[in-house]
Design a protein around this ligand. Sequence first.
Ligand code: GTB
Length: 224
Amino acid sequence: MTYAANPPMTPTITAFERSPDGGKGLARDMRVRWALEEVGRAYDVRLLSFKAMKESAHLALHPFGQIPTYEEGDLVLFESGAIVLHIAERHAGLLPDDANARARAITWMFAALSTMEPPIFDLTIARLLERDEPWYEQRLHVVEERIRKRLGELSGRVGDADWLDGEFSAGDLLMVTVLLRLKGAGLLDQYPNLSAYVARGEARPAYKRAFDAQLAVFAAASTS
Ligand code: GTB
């Protein structure tokens, strides 16, 4: 695998001007920041209000008016998974060189986003938006059971390994960001190996740099 020695452009990503998560690093710019930190790539951030996200300048970059986006020269990307894959494909450190191992790491990226994230995101939505509905408790039970099923399956696969498949990869990066959303929900604690797995991700220096960067944005917004 060959990688560009000196990538020419500093990419620009977008993020919330004031994240509704209060600086917990749960918005999806966090995974892009983390990927960029892992590969040692400097980046700029353009902060957006909810209003600006729905205006034509941003809609030209992101058809759904969301964050994150990624601009690098002529290239504009949206979808956090696609952005992380782009970063991982162009820099060493997030995907193995061996073709089969690389394909398996990419499989874990998809598993994180299309198998694990949907029920976990449903829980966020239920707690934030559906709490006052008469069917809230039933809905919560169903969603939590779906999550438990997936966590049990994932826990069985991870066993006592450090990472999903050999070395840390973009698959782990996405999986950790998805599981982090469960912190404090009492679900992850039932799977000590997954709690330890998430803690290993959070302990990575690149994760910490990314987390601190998004927290600094929230702190600045709170004092302005
Ligand atoms: N599939 C897309 C991707 O992976 O990039 C989803 C992008 C997305 O959902 N972006 C959200 C957004 O822009 C921010 S991250 N929302 C504004 C809108 O749609 O108008 C989702 C998010 C929001 C808030 C919290 N939180 O408060 O904890 C966590 C995550």
